[in-house]
Design a protein around this ligand. Sequence first.
Ligand code: GDP
Ligand code: MG
Length: 180
Amino acid sequence: MSRAGHQREHNIAVIGSGGVGKSCLTAQFVQGVFIESYDPTIEDSYRKQINVDGRHVMLEIMDTAGTEQFTSMRELYMREAQGFLLVFSITSLSSLHELTELREQILHVKNDPHVPIVLVGNKSDLEDDRRVSRSRAFALSQAWGNVPYYETSARRRINVTEAFVDVCRQIIRRDLARGA
Ligand code: GDP
Ligand code: MG
């Protein structure tokens, strides 16, 4: 952890099934742009400085392109990240279901039941194609121990900053509670 006077740095990983909008959310948050089509294999990290409740924090955001197995790569970014955006698409019920296993892996790797997490239902602009009701996703977020649930649109830049700031705020609160 950084000493007083040094800028705090937090690592956040964006995870979820392919095609749910992880790269678009990351680009919208970091660069303020919506890019129609990303290479689905892109896996990279981005830095962005933000202000959270009057504190300057540097975020390192890992945009992941998860493979099916519990790879060592996945374990590595789970180890390095202090907070997680678990992203599904509101147009795909299976993308919500796949998060359950990912969350279990996170809890296992971090060995911590209270690791900072937000549940993100992306593509909220595609209401006509919705397959996951708000109440269903919210119920899952509650079952996970009251993790915050955001419905976002990377395309329309809705709730994108809010979701990233929320997980960042959770990390800061934990550090403060631990006296870090
Ligand atoms: P990733 O595999 O999770 O990184 O998904 P991408 O960010 O590459 O996005 C997959 C596809 O979903 C792309 O065609 C995007 O244009 C589209 N997409 C991502 N976010 C949104 C969104 O909020 N709304 C809509 N309508 N499309 C989105
Ligand atoms: Mg991607």
